[in-house]
Design a protein around this ligand. Structure first.
Ligand SMILES: *[C@@H]1O[C@H](CO)[C@@H](O)[C@H](O)[C@H]1NC(C)=O
Ligand SMILES: *[C@@H]1O[C@H](CO)[C@@H](O)[C@H](O)[C@H]1NC(C)=O
Ligand SMILES: *[C@@H]1O[C@H](CO)[C@@H](O)[C@H](O)[C@H]1NC(C)=O
Ligand SMILES: *[C@@H]1O[C@H](CO)[C@@H](O)[C@H](O)[C@H]1NC(C)=O
Length: 768
């Protein structure tokens, strides 16, 4: 009970913290629906047969230029350029015998399918695949050939092997695997009843695993990921890291606590000779911390590891490790992203061992003598070269490592706090992937986070050393599937600049950036703060680091860190003219009129002004006029509303006028009079006639007709012929007339008051 109240207090504190960061910053700069992504050619979808991807695995194979997906009884090989293009398929189901046994055990038919849980590149020509095989795991090899040209995709069906110890029995059993030097490293439950949790190394003639039933090593783990990371230049020191959560029983945390762990073993660990035969001689683990300091010095912990992403860098010994965590509290669900560097992780494994006398005692530092070679180190030259294999390790080393698998120091995240917090409880966060991007002012990690409602959030975080704060910049919110579904996989292809996003519906391929959508003006591009994009002198386009197109460099404007559009874009001649759109709008007296203006960014605040001489006056909502997300709405237009209106946006301190609207209020009588007028004397003074609507399209008669229709709707007039006549005569009659209007900007266009009909002319960036 007391714990519940505390969590609630912390929750409130967290909410306050996130609201301080500025309400508008919680909005993405762009929000794109699936339909919009589709229309902009930014996405392609591979739609799987219903139920076939309920439990699936996915492998990006850039050498073969394929995306391999293992689903229910089927392997798919998709084209990386277009996942929607025709694909190859392998049918690999459980045998009749397997299915029969499965049904005999009282299982349902769908459970007795072969769910492919492991796909790994095995050697130059083959993939290793393992499936559940109707609760009778099996493995096989898929021939994919040497190169892209061969295009082979074939099951070696005469070599189906038992998958015990390599694949789980249950379709939804958590499993992680990685192949390294012809050995499979895998974390799984190895038995039907899911009692035996194990981390395995499987070579062609040997294996190493965790001890059976040793809850000190693994206690009901939920595997999240695994990766091989070298320690130094000696390959015999290479280590395999496993990430998982497990149950812990500590006096502080109560009986049901869950912690996140990083565990590691030597890739060349052969186990011991007399003791620990075929068991790890190097298994150690440490706690991964992801927490926020709360009031009164009590931290809120995010202990449930949801996903892990290892960001490979040039230095392969020091990748970035990103964890997506949630709280384990029953009171509120919050999410956090924490980043870890290898120095911290290694420091924990090189630090003191944890020790306790009894299971109901507190953990303390082990203060006795630590044997040599240090438990957890690999048989390598770096460690003296005294041991060519772990089989030579002294018994006391093996005994120690077996009794002290836990490190005392937990691993703290970079900056000692999350990069990102999400405590609004609106949706679940499920997946994370990270891309490292070079920008004009440094390198940025672009985070892609998947949700349970088909959305991928694209964002960056910026650490400010002086204020010791982390700023979160939410760039885009992309709805990658048509209907809401949890995202269960995100893979980045750096080469192609695409994401491959998986769910049980299929796989969506999405372009990582589409710079043009931010707008073509320098200010819009700058304010977007997207490290992929820079203003190139004409438009917002993909930023290519210096060196490749050095001659273009001086035109480029980008400021990811500060988004300072004033500094970057002032003094650029084209700027203002490009930004402001001008419109003439007709309102009808006593009817409502909408002056349209939409911010190009959801993070911008809009303000309306009416021009009064050389001054302007801010418009405040009242019972006559209100500001809506679509624009300024006059509820009952008055003759005196006639005037010039400015729509101004403020974003990140940058002020710009984005629309200038001239409102003309007409009376129906006036219109009537106009149509009945016998002679039109061609004098502009007599009639404040607007310019020809399409001066740049002299022959576009059909477009003109379309426009007449719009005009008719505006005035609510039913006599088409007369309107046409009128327009022909007054506005578009002759070339002579057109020339007179040369000074009028071509982009003026007419819009009727009220809802816009027909196709939107400018791309809109929001969901309706
Ligand atoms: C999308 O692609 C189609 C066909 O290639 C093309 O006709 C269309 O103009 C493209 N749309 C956009 C917004 O680029
Ligand atoms: C790759 O492994 C498969 C399966 O064990 C084997 O048949 C094949 O010969 C191997 N290929 C190479 C190039 O080693
Ligand atoms: C508009 O409404 C006012 C009063 O509500 C009325 O006096 C006026 O005649 C109306 N004008 C038109 C053109 O309908
Ligand atoms: C006024 O608005 C109503 C409803 O939007 C419309 O039916 C009517 O035609 C409009 N009248 C004029 C004169 O535009």
């Amino acid at each position: 009970m007391a714990a519940g109240i505390w969590t609630l207090v912390l929750f409130v504190a967290l909410c306050k913290e996130s609201s301080v960061r500025g309400a508008k910053n919680n909005y993405p700069r762009l929000r794109l629906s699936h339909k919009e992504l589709w229309e902009m050619n930014r996405t392609w979808v591979f739609q799987a047969a219903e139920g076939s991807l309920q439990h699936y695995s996915m492998l990006l194979d850039e050498t073969q230029e394929r995306l391999i997906i293992g689903g229910k009884d089927t392997l798919y090989s998709l084209n990386l350029d277009r996942v929607s293009e025709p694909h190859r398929e392998i049918h690999w189901a459980s045998s009749e015998e397997q299915v029969e046994d499965c049904l005999m055990q009282g299982r349902e038919k769908p459970e007795c399918a072969n769910y492919i849980k492991i796909i790994q590149p095995f050697n130059n020509t083959h993939l290793l695949v393992c499936g559940t095989g109707a609760f009778s795991p099996m493995c096989a090899y898929i021939r994919v050939g040497h190169g892209v040209q061969e295009g082979v995709f074939q099951l070696e069906s005469e070599h189906i092997e038992s998958g015990r110890g390599r694949a789980p029995f249950h379709p939804n059993s958590p499993t992680t695997s990685t192949v390294f030097r012809d050995q499979l490293f895998v974390g799984l439950y190895t038995d039907y009843w899911e009692n035996d949790a194990a981390l395995y190394r499987l070579g062609s003639h040997s294996y190493t695993r965790t001890e059976v039933g040793d809850r000190q090593q693994l206690n009901e783990p939920k595997y999240v990921g695994s990766v091989v990371i070298p320690d130094n230049d000696d390959p015999s020191d290479d280590k395999v890291y496993f990430f998982f959560t497990e149950k812990v029983s500590t006096t502080e945390a109560g009986n049901k606590a869950v912690y996140s762990r990083v565990a590691r073993v030597c890739a060349n660990d052969q186990g011991g000779q007399r003791m620990l035969v075929n068991k790890w001689s190097s298994f150690l683990k440490a706690r991964l911390i992801c927490s926020v300091a709360g009031p009164n010095g009590i931290d809120t912990h995010f202990d449930e590891l949801e996903d892990i992403f290892v960001l490979k860098k040039k230095d392969d010994k020091n990748p970035g490790i990103f964890g997506l965590f949630s709280t384990t509290s029953a009171v509120f669900k919050g999410y956090a992203v924490c980043e870890y560097n290898m120095d911290e992780i290694r420091a924990a494994f090189n630090g003191p061992f944890a020790h306790r006398e009894h299971t109901d005692h507190h953990w303390g530092v082990y203060e006795g003598k630590v044997p040599y070679p240090r438990p957890g180190s690999c048989a390598s030259k770096i460690n003296g070269g005294q041991f060519s294999s772990s089989k030579g390790y002294p018994d006391e080393v093996l005994r120690f490592v077996r009794s002290h698998p836990l490190m005392f120091q937990p691993v703290q995240p970079v900056h000692k706090r999350p990069l990102l917090l999400d405590t609004d409880g609106e949706r679940r966060l499920t997946e994370i992937a990270v891309d490292r991007v070079e920008a004009e002012d440094g390198h940025y990690n672009v985070l892609f986070i998947g949700t349970d409602d088909s959305v991928v959030l694209k964002l960056i975080t910026i650490f400010n050393k002086e204020s010791n704060t982390i700023e979160e910049v939410l760039l885009e919110e992309l709805q990658v599937f048509k209907i809401p579904v949890p995202i269960t996989e995100i893979i980045i292809s750096n080469k192609r600049q695409h994401l491959y996003v998986g769910s049980e519906l299929g796989v969506t391929q999405v372009q990582v950036h589409q710079c043009g959508l931010y707008g073509s003006a320098c200010a819009d591009c700058c304010l977007a703060r997207d490290p992929y994009c820079a203003w190139d002198g004409h438009t917002c386009s993909r930023y290519i680091p210096a060196g490749i197109y050095t001659h273009k460099r001086r035109f480029r404007r980008q400021d990811v860190r500060h988004g300072n559009a004033v500094q970057q874009c002032n003094g650029l001649p084209l700027n203002e003219a490009q930004v402001v759109s001008e419109k003439l709008v007709y309102g009808v007296e006593n009817n409502s009129t909408l002056l349209e203006c939409r911010a190009r960014s959801l993070q911008a605040l809009l303000t309306w002004y009416i021009v009064k001489g050389t001054d302007k006056e801010e418009i405040k909502d009242n019972d006559h006029v209100i500001q809506t997300p679509h624009g300024l709405l006059f509820l009952k237009t008055k003759k005196s509303d006639t005037g010039v209106y400015l729509c101004q946006s403020v974003e990140h301190g940058f002020v710009q006028t984005i629309a200038r609207v001239i409102l003309e209020v007409l009376e129906e009588n006036t219109l009537e009079n106009l149509f009945h007028r016998r002679d039109y004397d061609n004098s502009e003074d007599q009639l404040r006639s607007p310019p020809c609507p399409f001066p740049s399209l002299p022959s576009a008669h059909s477009s003109r007709k379309l426009w007449y229709k719009e005009f008719m709707q505006l005035i609510g007039y039913s006599n088409f012929q007369r309107v046409e006549q009128y327009c022909e005569r007054v506005w578009c009659a002759s070339d002579r007339k057109r020339k007179k209007h040369k000074g009028t900007p071509a982009k003026w266009r007419y819009s009727h008051g009220g809802e816009r009909r027909g196709k939107a002319r400018a791309p809109r960036h929001t969901r309706d």
